[in-house]
Design a protein around this ligand. Structure first.
Ligand code: ADP
Ligand code: MG
Length: 318
């Protein structure tokens, strides 16, 4: 038994290839919630965090379609909106799943802010694609008038907006949450925190923060949260059952239990996709270096077995 931080990826929230309707998202979350309830029934203390890529994409598109009538909101506000929307969905479905599993808990979603450094080099080199693809003709005025940084994706034949993805430095609400939680809190509460990596803010002067046009990788913030909440296990749920070396190649090999040093050498060799699998592996290694016991990378259906070390990628300290 122990304490687990589960990080939900896009797929745990929204089925790939679906239309993204609300009932679809509810159905998908219901499946994931049942898996999380099993962990709690097995005696684990649970903390949840989640991504928000597809949901931010939807809000950006809504902004765009409505801009002649309603002023668009900046990225940090969209981040906060997705924390509310997804946090609510997790509260609803996880609470119900915990009742069904006869381990009722209060699922408590917090709007979380994550401090980033204004000197982070990501602000000079925005590289995280957000939103939809644009044609050359559409992209030109967006670069000129809106001042967007955009990159051309040859494979998909279009332009995409890129925004900075700075390193998370500190989760603001974490300190007080740790003080507020009573001893043995896991028997009563499941906190849902730092959705979408947390709303990115910079500290202007002591205790005074300002939101910034950026996104934070939820996997990187997850390692911060796992460390500060003293989790034993960091479980990163995505749409593949494990991390692989030779991913997509004829010699592809799915990884089971791997020592941190071995995983680090695969990472350095470039085995893990930038912006997809690499941040999960990096987050896992950061967590283990700070005293975490085990990091798991798997998909929701495999999580219970992965917790018993039967499947999924389990990264352990050397
Ligand atoms: P999430 O929303 O869960 O963060 P991502 O798309 O960012 O999902 O990351 C998961 C994806 O990483 C997988 O669908 C897979 O295509 C990709 N990936 C890149 N490299 C690897 C690898 N070495 N092993 C497994 N998956 C990989
Ligand atoms: Mg991702």
């Amino acid at each position: 038994m122990g304490r687990v931080l589960v990080a939900l990826g896009g797929n745990a929230l929204q089925r790939a290839g679906g239309h993204g309707t609300w009932p679809e998202q509810v159905a998908q979350m219901r499946l994931t919630a049942a898996v999380l309830a099993t962990l709690v029934a097995d005696g684990e203390e649970l903390i949840v965090t989640h991504g928000n890529g597809p949901q931010v994409g939807t809000l950006l598109r809504q902004n765009e379609l409505a801009e002649h009538e309603l002023p668009p909101r900046p990225m940090d506000v969209l981040g906060a909106e997705t924390q509310g929307q997804i946090g609510y969905l997790i509260e609803q479905e996880l609470t119900a799943a915990l009742v069904r599993a006869k381990v009722p808990r209060t699922v408590l979603a917090l709007v979380s802010r994550t401090v980033v450094s204004r000197r982070d080099r990501a602000f000079q080199h925005p590289d995280k694609p957000v939103g939809r693809y644009y044609s050359e003709a559409e992209a030109r005025p967006l670069r000129k008038r809106q001042g967007w940084e955009m990159v051309y994706d040859g494979a998909r034949g279009g332009w995409r907006r890129v925004v900075p993805s700075p390193e998370p430095v500190r989760w603001i609400e974490g300190e007080v949450l740790r003080k507020l939680l009573p001893r043995g809190w896991g028997a009563h509460i499941v906190p849902v925190v730092t959705g979408g990596g947390g709303v990115p803010v910079i500290e202007k002067t002591k205790g005074v923060y300002e939101g910034v046009e950026a996104v934070i990788d939820k996997d990187r913030t997850a390692s911060l949260v796992a460390i500060s909440m003293d989790a034993d296990t960091l479980a990163i749920l995505t749409d593949v059952p494990a991390a692989a070396i030779g991913f997509g190649k004829p010699w592809e090999k799915w990884l089971g239990e791997v020592r941190a040093s071995e995983m680090e050498s695969y990472l350095r060799r470039g085995e893990f996709g930038e912006g997809s699998m690499a941040p999960k592996v990096q987050a896992s290694l950061t967590f283990l270096r700070s005293g975490g016991r085990r990091a798991i990378i798997t998909d929701p259906p495999s999580l219970s077995r992965a917790m018993r070390n039967e499947t999924g990628t389990r990264i352990v300290a050397d």
